[in-house]
Design a binder for this molecule. Sequence first.
Ligand SMILES: Cc1cn([C@H]2C[C@H](O)[C@@H](COP(=O)(O)OP(=O)(O)OP(=O)(O)O)O2)c(=O)[nH]c1=O
Length: 195
Amino acid sequence: MNRTLYLASQSPRRWELLKNLGLTLLPLASEVDESVLPNERASDYCLRIARLKSQAAQAVKQEQQLTDYPILTADTTVSIDEQILGKPKDAQQAFAMLKQLSGRTHQVFTAVCVSFAGQHLDVVQTSEVTFKCLSHEEILAYIATKEPMDKAGAYGIQQLGGVFIEHLSGSFSGVMGLPIFETSALLKQVGISVL
Ligand SMILES: Cc1cn([C@H]2C[C@H](O)[C@@H](COP(=O)(O)OP(=O)(O)OP(=O)(O)O)O2)c(=O)[nH]c1=O
């Protein structure tokens, strides 16, 4: 049975989650412009970016005449107050994001695309995450760990950020960057069975 795929992602979390499923992963580049379009909804944005990543990766694979394996890409987008929170550019932005999330519920969308043999499959998984009220000191201490810096919404559910999460409705792996349930269903459709 074939268990090999290209993972076009720089996210260590996505590598870890897929490796844990026993899959053989090959890297592939996928550079895209992640700017938000005017009035774009967070779920639409998330799916559009994951699809763009997929198209960029397919182009690289074709250009380099690489072996045919399915290509997987994903995007995780955090949304609150009709706003999209990307990765913070600096500690100040991280502070503002965490302050906005404090004591409230926000949405996390993760879009996953799998392309193989002319098939382009995708799914958007949605979670609702509730943060406890964060004190000024807690936010500063968390930022000092540097954990927020490479993560959408300035937190990581899978690490220290988990301390802030009062409630999650949806998918833990989805918030972390790749929803295992939905991803395994997509992979099955292109002939990769995890079990
Ligand atoms: C909300 C949240 C996000 N994240 C991470 C997952 C993603 O890596 C990142 C969102 O950025 P993405 O643009 O989705 O992904 P990426 O730039 O890290 O990787 P690539 O585009 O190459 O695939 O935020 C966590 O690790 N934990 C969390 O709780």
